[in-house]
Ligand binder design. Structure first.
Ligand code: HEM
Length: 713
């Protein structure tokens, strides 16, 4: 037999095997009673993920649409974001299976189905094989299932409490203030971007998680330049590399988070053999070692301090305190709960089945990963959407004024001011950003390959999800399902935001007002209801399915777990003064047992950051690409002059833009807006979370009242 015959035989046997597998999977799908489509490729195959950006356009060029659609659109990476609700609209089904030789994948945008799946954690576990990279420092709460997960969750959940939330509030106030100072230090350039918002919001959230997670307070480079270092207790010099280290703390954190896939995939022997040629991998591995070393040293000193404090407390018979006199940060609380502290009369609660040291490292890393990019991107996307919508920015600023009484952040109050943010436009903006761009666009679940079929009520009919099915709770799509959301007609005078999805309504559009209710009880001393800017959404809800659930609570089905110790958050996701989505319809933080532990942490950080930024400043799109920059300089000077003659009392309060930019400026702004919208539509890709890749949108910060393009949009 010659080589050609061997290859032909091999090819034929691979094809036949795949046909056999596909046939078996079709049989399972038919039996399930679910709607299904057939695809020759498995959406998560490594080869497909690598080649799809080349192969998909080629297929579309060579073959007619009826051969390719809808399966090709459905299996494209980030399909949920790229095609939005259009595939479900086309299929006329909110729950469907993609049947492939590699396995069956269930996609769902039915809220009740989401609620069933998230409340039956034993029947629909997480497919944890895909979380392997997250265990590089040790086993942890995200990458485990079953009993092991329960053990992790019981110890990692209690640290997320009011104490740590307060720390998040305080640190975000401080860090956002410093970031804003750095951004606005110099007068904004005429037409060019003066800030790198995506980069700096990442750094902001790293600083917040460092402090709230590990009691490490990081500084902005500008603080160090200004010689402000001494102001900050326990400050970490961003550029300083302490003795015994090869990188600064922040550099090592950024390195690990950026290159986590390289760190996991490239074995150490490859680095030893080829490192001299492959510098980026050496750097990534070095960051891994360095962050581990920093965290280990933080852990050691905390543990010692906690033990000392316990001994002291035992001597004087008082309540113990931890490393620095309080146990607010996440690592302190985790160490105390871990069982690694010797049992003493003042620490009788030590658990025998706690966490090992490597698991504390593993969970510390998870807090950093889970809490960093997700939150940073939400802040970043909020800023971007607000830059595209000046009138929404003004509404937000009025609600911030109402919540803060126009006082500076140093006088804002955790109990009252924060609650007011939760009940008004800042929360509406945050929720609308999370609706349109949830950082995890799909939430993965599965059925046991060796288990039974799982019954599922879909549209009133009982279906059976086959064993070994991969499940995507398509957050980004259920968030656009017209059945569950207040909506109105689409915008006019411009093409729709998405060419195919939701073209008869406004659900692809950024409209935070859809969250504001006029009929709601006041949840808190939140004042915004009184300022009369709320849009009445009741008339928009008539076309939505009525919910059997009033609030987004997590009723549980098949588990004996004790919700209190597992910190299963059963509170509604939004304040009573905001629209309350039906359970399963708004899932940026997932729901049920495996819901995000850091939900409140993240919400506080996002709300606080938005409020600090927009209390005194506005963000504008850079138009330098579309008009002579000198012109922008002239308009900016005119806007400033006009603002000077207005009423500018208080901390930004009441300062409304009064400048009307000439027609040429309006046109340039509209072109900048259309270009940014195109980037938002076409350049978002997921690595850990979804964000804009390879392109930027230029932004400029201006003092409130001095906006150049405030009248646009
Ligand atoms: C806007 C910000 C955030 C979003 C949208 C978000 C979203 C999510 C989602 C969707 C999950 C479920 C993941 C899955 O099942 O695969 C999750 C889990 C988790 N998140 Fe978050 N998260 C955010 C911020 C945070 C923060 C700030 C922290 C901690 C500091 C955190 C810690 C966790 C942990 C520990 C889990 C695992 C819970 C478990 O499996 O029991 N998250 N998050």
């Amino acid at each position: 037999m010659n080589l050609l015959s061997i290859f032909t035989l091999l090819f034929i046997s691979i094809i036949s095997h795949n046909f056999y597998l596909l046939h078996a999977n079709i049989r399972k799908a038919r039996k399930s009673g679910l709607t299904y489509i057939i695809s020759p490729v498995y959406p998560f195959s490594r080869i497909w993920l690598t080649l799809s950006s080349l192969v998909a356009p080629l297929l579309r060029k060579c073959l007619p649409a009826f051969v390719l659609e809808p399966w090709l659109s459905a299996v494209e990476p980030d399909s949920g974001y790229v095609h939005c609700y259009s595939i479900y609209e086309r299929l006329g089904a909110d729950t469907y299976l993609i049947v492939t030789p590699g396995g069956n994948v269930l996609y769902n945008v039915d809220a009740d189905v989401n609620a069933q799946i998230t409340s039956r954690r034993n029947d629909f576990p997480k497919p944890i094989a895909m979380y392997k990279s997250l265990s590089i420092y040790g086993r942890n709460v995200v990458a485990t299932e079953g009993h092991e997960w329960r053990r992790h969750r019981k110890i990692t959940a209690p640290p997320f409490n009011e104490k740590s939330n307060k720390l998040v509030w305080e640190e975000t106030l401080y860090q956002t203030g410093e970031m804003l100072k750095a951004w606005t230090k110099d007068a904004p350039a005429a037409g060019r971007s003066t800030t790198n918002v995506p980069h700096d919001t990442m750094r902001l959230s790293l600083h917040v998680i460092s402090r709230a997670g590990f009691d490490v307070q990081c500084q902005w480079p500008s603080e160090q330049e200004d010689g402000e270092k001494d102001k900050v207790q326990r400050g970490m010099d961003t550029n300083l590399v302490p003795e015994g280290y090869t990188m600064s703390y922040v550099e090592s954190m950024e390195g690990v988070l950026r290159d986590i896939i390289l760190i996991m995939l490239v074995p150490d022997w490859v680095v030893r053999a080829f490192g001299w040629r492959w510098k980026s991998v050496v750097r990534a591995k070095e960051a891994y070692v360095q962050w581990g070393k920093y965290t280990r040293s933080i852990y050691d000193s905390k543990k010692t301090a906690i033990i000392e404090s316990l001994e002291k407390a035992a001597q004087i018979g008082s309540r113990p305190s931890s490393s620095h006199g309080h146990d607010d940060d996440l690592m302190d609380a985790m160490i105390i709960g871990s069982g690694l502290i010797p049992k003493t009369p003042s620490n009788p609660s030590t658990l025998g089945t706690g966490l090992a040291e490597s698991e504390i490292m593993g969970n510390s890393f998870i807090f950093m990963v889970a809490g960093h990019e997700t939150t940073a991107n939400t802040i970043n996307h909020a800023i971007l959407y607000l830059a595209l919508n000046p009138s929404i920015q003004r509404h937000l600023q009025r609600d911030i004024d109402a919540a803060t009484g126009g006082k500076p952040p140093s006088e804002w109050d955790y109990d009252h001011t924060l609650m007011a943010f939760f009940g008004s436009m800042p929360a509406a903006v945050m929720n609308e950003v999370l609706r349109l761009i949830p950082p995890a666009i799909n939430i993965p679940k599965s059925t046991d390959p060796k288990g039974p079929e799982q019954p599922l009520k879909v549209d009133g009919k009982t279906c059976a999800v086959p064993p070994g099915t991969y499940i995507n709770l398509a957050a980004v799509n259920v968030h656009r399902n017209p059945k569950y959301w207040p909506h109105g007609p689409p915008r006019t005078g411009r093409p729709p935001v998405h060419p195919r999805s939701n073209t008869t309504n406004d659900l692809e559009e950024f409209k935070p007002e859809r969250w504001l209710r006029v009929d709601a009880p006041l949840s808190s001393p939140a004042l915004p209801h009184q300022n009369g800017h709320h849009t009445k959404i009741d008339s928009l809800t008539s076309n939505m399915e009525k919910s059997p659930f009033l609030t987004n609570t997590n009723a549980n089905a098949n588990s004996n777990d004790d919700d209190t110790s597992m910190n299963i958050d059963t509170a509604a996701d939004t304040a009573p003064s905001l629209f309350q989505p039906r359970r399963g319809a708004f899932i940026p933080f997932s729901e049920g047992y495996r819901a995000c532990l850091g939900r409140r942490f993240a919400q506080i950080e996002v709300l606080t950051a938005i409020a600090v930024l927009f209390a005194t400043h506005s963000v504008e799109l850079c138009v330098g690409e579309f008009v002579d920059e000198k012109e922008v300089g002239v308009w900016a000077a005119e806007a400033k002059e006009k603002a000077r003659s207005g009423d500018r009392d208080g901390y930004g309060e009441g300062t409304e833009s009064v400048y009307s930019v000439p027609e040429e400026g309006v046109k340039a702004w509209e072109r900048a807006r259309d270009a940014a919208e195109k980037k938002l539509r076409e350049s978002m890709r997921t690595v850990i979370t979804i964000q804009m890749r390879g392109v930027e949108v230029g932004l400029v910060w201006r003092k409130r009242g001095e906006e150049v393009f405030g009248s646009c949009g």
